[in-house]
Design a binder for this molecule. Structure first.
Ligand code: ZN
Length: 410
C-alpha cells in the first residue's frame, strides 16, 4: 500500500474514534437525571446530590476541552509529518537504532507530558480540590511525576530496547520471543506489585490487631483464602476516594485497604468488600484475565510482525526512511480499532465478573453489608448514578451502582 493511502487510513481512524468517543461522552452527559433513586435516598442529601451532578458536569466539560486539544495536536503531527520530522532531526546524532528509538520516544513522552501538565494540574488542584477529593500536595505531585519518569524510563526503556533488538536480530519471528518476555513481566508485576512497586508511591502498614483484623481473618479461614498479610495504605495522601484490593499469585495473598476506606465503613462493610475481592480469586477471574491478557499480547505482537518491516508506514508519518519507532506509532493507530473491539469484550467480561464477585460476597458473607458499602463508595466518590447504557457498554469495567444493588437484593 502507498504511504499516502496509509496516512489516509490513519487519519480516518483517528478522526472517527475521536468523534465516536465525544458522541458517547455527550449522550452520557445528557443522560444525567436530577432525582435521587429510592435505593440510595437515605445516603444522600439533596445538596450532596446536586454537588455530584455539578462534579460530573464539570469533569465532562473539562474532558471535552482536553480531548479536543490533544486530538488537534496529534492530527497536526500526522498531517504535517511531525513524527518523521523528529526522526530526521535526531537521526544524525545516533548511529544505533535502539538509542535512536529511546531518545525518540523519550522526546515525545516528555513533550506530551509537559503539554498536558497544566491540565493534570487543573484536574487535581482545581476540580478535585473544589469537590473536596484532593489531598495531594504540590510536593507529592512533583515527586510522583519524577518517580513515574524514572520507572517509565527503566521499565519502558528496557522493554523497548529488547523489542527493537529482537526485531533486528531474529526477524519476523521476534513476536514469539518478545511475547514470552512480556508474559513474564506481566506475571512479575502481578506478583510483586504490593511488595515492590506500591511502596515506591505509598506507605503500607500492617493492619493492627483488633476487631477488623479478626473479622477479616475469620472470613479468610471460612472460605479458605490463602491470606498472607493485611496492609493499610495511606491513600489519603492523594485523594479522599477509597479502594481495596489484593495482590499476589499462588498461596500468598496480600490484602491492601485504603485508610480512607477504613475510616468510612463498618467492619461488616469492610469484610464484605474483601469478600467481593476474594470472590474474584475464587471464581478464577484473576487467572483468566491474566491468560487473556497474555493471549492479547501475543496477538498484538503477531500483527505487529506483519507490519513492522514495512517502510511505507514510516514514510506515511513523514519519515525519510524505514524506522522501527515510526512504524510502532503507525501500528499503534492502525491497530486501535481492533484493540477497541477486544477492549469491549474485556469490559463485558469484567462486568460479568463483578456480578459474580458480588454474588460470592452475598453467599459467603453478607449481601446487605456489601450493598451499603457500595452505596457509600458511590456517594463518596460522587459517581454517576445514571450513566447512558451505551456509555456503560463501551466504557464501564464495573456495572452501574443501581444494577449491582438490584442483583444483590434477596
Ligand atoms: Zn470487583
Amino acid at each position: 500500500m502507498k504511504p499516502e493511502s496509509i496516512l489516509l487510513i490513519i487519519l480516518i481512524i483517528s478522526i472517527v474514534s475521536y468523534l465516536f468517543d465525544q458522541a458517547l461522552d455527550f449522550i452520557n452527559l445528557k443522560a444525567m437525571k436530577k432525582d435521587i433513586p429510592a435505593e440510595i435516598e437515605s445516603f444522600y442529601n439533596k445538596e450532596n446530590y446536586q454537588k455530584s451532578l455539578a462534579y460530573q458536569r464539570e469533569q465532562s466539560k473539562f474532558s471535552f476541552i482536553t480531548s479536543a486539544l490533544s486530538f488537534l495536536l496529534s492530527l497536526g503531527m500526522l498531517i504535517f509529518g511531525g513524527f518523521g520530522y523528529i526522526d530526521t532531526l535526531l537521526r544524525p546524532f545516533f548511529q544505533n537504532e535502539i538509542t535512536l528509538a529511546l531518545v525518540f520516544f523519550g522526546c515525545i513522552m516528555i513533550a506530551s507530558d509537559l503539554l498536558t501538565m497544566p491540565f493534570q494540574w487543573y484536574a487535581i488542584f482545581v476540580i478535585e480540590e473544589k469537590y473536596g477529593f484532593n489531598k495531594t500536595t504540590i510536593q507529592t505531585f512533583i515527586s510522583d511525576k519524577l518517580k513515574g519518569y524514572i520507572l517509565g524510563a527503566v521499565i519502558g526503556g528496557a522493554l523497548l530496547s529488547l523489542l527493537i533488538f529482537l526485531i533486528n536480530y531474529i526477524g519476523p519471528d521476534f513476536w514469539i520471543w518478545f511475547g514470552l518476555v512480556a508474559a513474564t513481566v506481566i506475571l512479575f508485576v502481578n506478583m510483586f506489585y504490593t511488595s515492590l512497586l506500591l511502596p515506591l508511591f505509598n506507605k503500607l502498614t500492617p493492619l493492627a490487631d483488633g476487631e477488623l483484623k479478626t473479622a477479616i481473618e475469620t472470613f479468610a479461614q471460612k472460605v479458605d483464602f490463602p491470606l498472607d498479610n493485611i496492609f493499610v495504605m495511606n491513600g489519603s495522601k492523594r485523594s479522599a476516594k477509597a479502594n481495596a484490593f489484593f495482590s499476589g499469585i499462588g498461596r500468598k495473598k496480600k490484602i491492601v485497604l485504603y485508610d480512607t476506606l477504613i475510616d468510612k465503613h463498618t467492619t461488616d462493610e469492610l469484610v464484605s468488600v474483601l469478600a467481593h475481592e476474594v470472590g474474584h480469586f475464587k471464581k478464577k477471574h484473576i487467572i483468566w484475565s491474566y491468560l487473556i491478557s497474555i493471549a492479547q499480547v501475543f496477538f498484538v505482537l503477531f500483527v505487529l510482525s506483519k507490519m513492522v518491516f514495512n517502510e511505507n508506514l514510516s514514510i506515511a508519518l513523514g519519515g525519510s526512511q524505514q524506522a522501527i519507532h515510526l512504524n510502532l506509532i503507525a501500528f499503534g493507530i492502525l491497530f486501535s480499532p481492533i484493540s477497541g473491539i477486544t477492549g469491549l469484550f474485556m469490559s463485558m467480561l469484567s462486568r460479568k465478573n463483578e456480578f459474580e464477585a458480588d454474588a460470592f460476597a452475598k453467599e459467603t458473607f453478607d449481601g446487605n453489608a456489601l450493598s451499603n458499602a457500595l452505596r457509600k463508595l458511590s456517594v463518596d466518590s460522587l459517581s454517576n448514578l445514571y450513566p447512558h447504557p451505551l456509555y456503560v457498554f463501551f466504557h464501564y469495567s464495573h456495572p452501574p451502582l443501581l444494577q449491582r444493588l438490584d442483583a444483590l437484593k434477596d
